[in-house]
Ligand binder design. Sequence first.
Ligand code: ADP
Ligand code: MG
Ligand code: MG
Length: 892
Amino acid sequence: MTKWVYIFGEGVTDGDATMRNLLGGKGANLAEMARLGLPVPPGFTITTEVCTRFYEDNQQYPEELKGQILAALEAIGKLTGRTFGDAAHPLLLSVRSGARVSMPGMMDTVLNLGLNDEAVAALARESNDERFAYDSYRRFIQMYSDVVLGVDGDFFEEIIEDYKDENDLDLDTDLSAEDWKAVIVSFKAKTAEETGEPFPEDPMEQLWGAVGAVFGSWMLPRAKTYRRLHELPEDWGTAVNVQAMVFGNMGEGSATGVAFSRNPSTGENALYGEFLVNAQGEDVVAGIRTPQDLTEAARIQAGSDKPSLEALMPEVFGEFKDACIKLESHYRDMQDMEFTVERGKLWMLQTRNGKRTLKAALKIAVDLAEQGLISKEEAVKRIDPASLDQLLHPTIAPDAELDELAVGLPASPGAACGEIVFNSDEAEAAKADGRNIILVRVETSPEDIHGMHASEGILTSRGGMTSHAAVVARGMGKPCVAGAGTVRVDMRGETMVADGRSFKKGDLITIDGGSGKVYAGRVQMQQPELSGDFQRLMQWADGVRRLRVRANAETPADVKTALSFGAEGIGLCRTEHMFFDGDRITSVREMILADTLQERRVALDKLLPMQRGDFVEIFDLMEDLPVTIRLLDPPLHEFLPKTDAEIAEVATGMGVDPEDLRERAEELHEFNPMLGNRGCRLLISYPEVAEMQARAIFEAAVEVSRAKGKAVHPEIMVPLVGLKAELDTVKARIEAMAEAVEAETGEKLEFTIGTMIELPRAALLSDDIAQSAEFFSFGTNDLTQTTFGISRDDAGSFLGTYQEKGLLEKDPFVSLDSDGVGALVQMAAEKGRSVRPALKLGICGEHGGDPASIAFCEKTGLDYVSCSPFRVPVARLAAAQAMLAGADSGTL
Ligand code: ADP
Ligand code: MG
Ligand code: MG
């Protein structure tokens, strides 16, 4: 026979905390508390399986359920010395819902169930408090009618208000037993009128009604919505907890309250909570009366003149404090508890692991580990890596005054304030003048990189979470609100309209990339604080992880940020970003549009010293940490001049006719630049470019190693290789250049040459390619594009639908598609190492900062991940957790 009902109470407890799936969170923890010997009113839990069964079985209860409930009621009766439905010593019950995870939208608790005209008289006699008894009875009718019978709760509040008016009474507490009796008559009449049936007097009917309502609430639209939003499966079902009542409203010696074993917003190790004297149920959180502090310390700090529980009921307080300590060390985590005091006796009604802010989470994890309650590894496991993002950017101050203008997508976290500017050149100029800028555009393109760099934050009116603005901003660690559709941007008129108000160039706004909100004016902010606890936990994570963490960085500012966040190298230094800076773009355009080798060399000669300077700066900052430099990669069209002014500028620089130049630019036009002349193809079409870049790298290496007296080891990476021959062709140029620089300087160069694996062909033939490559870096952005055949820039219009319809679980550009793209990565890693066992393997796509993708990299045995500087701490923690998860599952 299936066991559908589990009893808890002194000496009779069936369940325990491990049975959360079957008993729900609340039920499992009530059982566990009873087992620990804590004072828990006895009761029983109807399992989640009954709920699942109920819905599978055409809303029928399993046959044995009734008998099991009756047996459980009898067991509770024995423990309490009462009988359910008895006229002399009635057992009164609470009926509480409880799914596996706490779930708003489920049925509210019904208290005082079992009361009727007879039982209320017994309650009055037994408590020697008639007023209390009738107050409890009216509360029951009110709750039951509302929650179970669906009668609007406002009716009852109206009846009470009318009664008070007619009888010249002010507060609920002014109502006597006789008053409540009169109110009860009106309550029952109202319920009968609304439901067409008399209020149920039979306790058994009341119980089945409440149990049915809990199961019914599992399928209410609000519960369904919550499950959909939080991806909780329907077949989990909810449990029902039926428990003997204890009364916090039995006069001045009674109370009810809620508590956290530590402060949930700061993490401070001090009992924290509130209570109310002579109150029941949710009175504390309902806000009708102002609750009192639990401890004297909290009372003094709050400057309250209402006594604390510690002062008011020292013995109960002492017992409760001991219970908190016991529960916390038992669950080895901060607890969130509910309790009631009935005439000086403490009762524990609920415990669960408490919700907390990230700041508190860090402090609590570190403190628990230092107290020896949990291991350092456990502390490392308890922090969600993605949540660290919050700590790494300035944020809106909690008490800031806000004038909200619009809401867009929270594309890149952090808050930023500045003057609005509508184009990138102006942003750059304003930055040079020392002004703070928010770049506002309909959308951004690769040519806005310098403007984005110069801005404090970016606001776009169009585009999704993977739009250019969003991806680049995240990479730069700049706050970004994308796709704020209600903001009208007029690029020509240099104005924007939001919330019916018009803003012009130079006006101040603040954006919050964590919430997607846009505010008028300057909003007060707080700076990121890498607190002691945070650093401590990161050190512990570093002690655990195997994967190295590098950063994708090319500007000195990014490199410094990466280092300060603990990057152990640069996994991707994109040289093209250096080409967009300032005047350089003109030289790059001259180089690309050159008709002859001679012309091209002239342009390259202008670029060489700039590139060398960049590398000197980076090598200098990175000391002896590895730096992977990728040779020129992006599609040509990103460099081509577009406007007449741009063409004229380049033409002047080259001394050619603008018309000829325009023709040349048109010749270079490509239909699908993403798959066009880019990456190593460009380096093969224009070998001088590879030579110039190699020379810049080598000369910088010589300069820095001479200055520091120690060798620099650049790793030179050739992008978009599909054929071994491509790599060999470029590699020959690089090696020849190395020989030349060695001959010129008399220094011996130490460097490696490797390749990106970002095309399926490269992955398929990686054993071949590994014969020439000394390292692989998986460029998973392009590898995802080319494996799926989906252009990332165009994916917005359909990938969202795919996710909604469940065709794809996650956006593969955010979280690595481990089945498909991952299979290629894994194969390439294996094949590559089969010919070159020491082959160094890393990943440098957006995925390098995504915890799930990092777990994949750990499993696949890569050497490092490389991510944007601001995600380095996220990656360090995720790498540690991936290592620990592997150890737990026995794969290590
Ligand atoms: P929630 O899931 O909303 O926290 P609970 O089931 O915990 O709902 O019930 C809410 C409140 O009802 C509790 O905090 C407690 O004050 C009161 N309550 C529940 N069960 C009992 C009981 N057996 N005796 C007295 N009060 C109870
Ligand atoms: Mg509630
Ligand atoms: Mg509760």
